[in-house]
Write a protein that binds this ligand. Structure first.
Ligand code: AHG
Ligand code: MN
Ligand code: MN
Length: 336
């Protein structure tokens, strides 16, 4: 334990490997870590403090906001707006681009985040998380970042990651040099390297999907799920695991192999492309999974190739082991 690498040591080490690195990225990640420690503390006391339950309003997504959504959102915005490394932010919980207050310096990075993922699980003590994506500004300015800076395709991300507040608090992130996991040691308040250079198995026998939506899916998606459950089909058998927190389902599949799907469905006419958001959920996890050797698709194209049109646009998400994603695409594209 004494010899374990801290996330700050790891950042400083990898920073030396990035030409032209100036330490601003390290500052960004360190401020995110402070916010995550604050969120982790609230999550681990939920039920004792007045932090569970609803905040009494709906967000831009038309979803009831929970108190911990608000707390997490505020924690990240307050820590990062004063960091001097961002020119703008965007949050799942905020309708428009979040500007940097005039009294703080402006930097060249942009942060897009889901402050609390899986928030419907917080009241029942099931893992939740935070997801983040980092972009570099495209507009040539030293002033505030714009929506144009933010609406970049996923392959332009310079880093991405997530925190899972579960049996332990873990941070997984990638800045282009491998995917690495760090576990929080609450006794010293440090994230310590616990999963170096993570790789997702090419195959997996776990599928994660909300089967309550079965009759709202396309015929091809129903055929694919029927195939997974068919004991006579040409595979070794699958098991189903669905937590209802994307980060928790994704993290399990990253470690053991498997596939997570949130396909388009006809359940809610306001959400014809499914529930998950391109900018703050699909893109960052697609960046992580591809750097770990996996795939992320909307069924017909690579998630990170999608050109964003709106800040909160939703996208069907099929993500995980490369061979498992390929099979789903074959069903959707009529090849199976
Ligand atoms: P969020 O709490 O940020 O809105 O995300 C919840 C998402 C995702 O975490 C999870 O995979 C999905 O909602 C579960 O949706 P269903 O309850 O419709 O299955
Ligand atoms: Mn989410
Ligand atoms: Mn959320």
């Amino acid at each position: 334990m004494l010899g374990r690498t801290t996330v700050t040591q790891h950042l400083l080490l990898t920073q030396t490997e990035v030409s032209g690195a100036t330490g601003t990225f390290t500052r960004l990640i360190n401020e995110l870590i402070v916010a995550a420690k604050l969120i982790s503390r609230e999550v681990n006391k939920a039920g004792l403090n007045d932090i569970i339950g609803y905040a009494g309003r709906e967000n831009v997504q038309g979803e009831a906001v929970r108190k911990l959504d608000d707390f997490s959102n505020d924690a990240i915005i307050r820590r990062l707006q004063s960091s001097g490394v961002l020119c703008a932010m965007a949050s799942e919980e905020v309708a428009d681009v979040i500007e940097i207050p005039r009294n703080y310096p402006v930097g060249d990075y942009l942060l897009i985040f889901d402050p609390l993922d899986g928030s419907s699980n917080i009241d029942v003590n099931v893992s939740v998380g935070t997801i983040f994506s980092v972009l570099h500004r495209t507009t040539d300015s030293c002033d505030q970042g714009t929506l144009e800076d933010i609406l970049q395709p996923g392959y332009k991300q310079v880093a991405a990651g997530y925190f899972v507040y579960g049996s332990s608090t873990i941070m997984v992130f990638c800045a282009g040099n491998g995917v690495h996991g760090f576990t929080l040691d609450p006794s010293i308040g440090e994230f310590l390297l616990s999963h170096e250079n993570m790789k997702i198995p090419e195959w997996g026998n776990t599928f994660s999907i909300n089967e309550g939506n079965y009759y709202y899916w396309s015929e091809d998606m129903r055929r694919y799920i029927d195939y997974l459950k068919d004991p006579k089909a040409d595979h070794r058998g699958y098991t189903s695991r669905y937590v209802g927190s994307l980060v928790a389902d994704f993290h399990r599949n990253l470690i053991h192999g498997g596939i997570f799907l949130y396909p388009a469905d006809t359940k809610d006419p306001r959400k014809p492309h499914g529930k998950l958001r391109l900018m703050c959920e699909a893109n960052p996890l697609a960046y992580i999974v591809e750097h770990a050797g996996g795939s992320a698709s909307d069924g017909t194209q690579r998630i990170m190739n999608i050109i964003p049109e709106e800040l909160h646009q939703r996208v069907p998400l099929i993500i995980g082991s490369k061979e498992e994603v390929r099979i789903v695409e074959e069903f959707i594209q009529g090849k199976r």
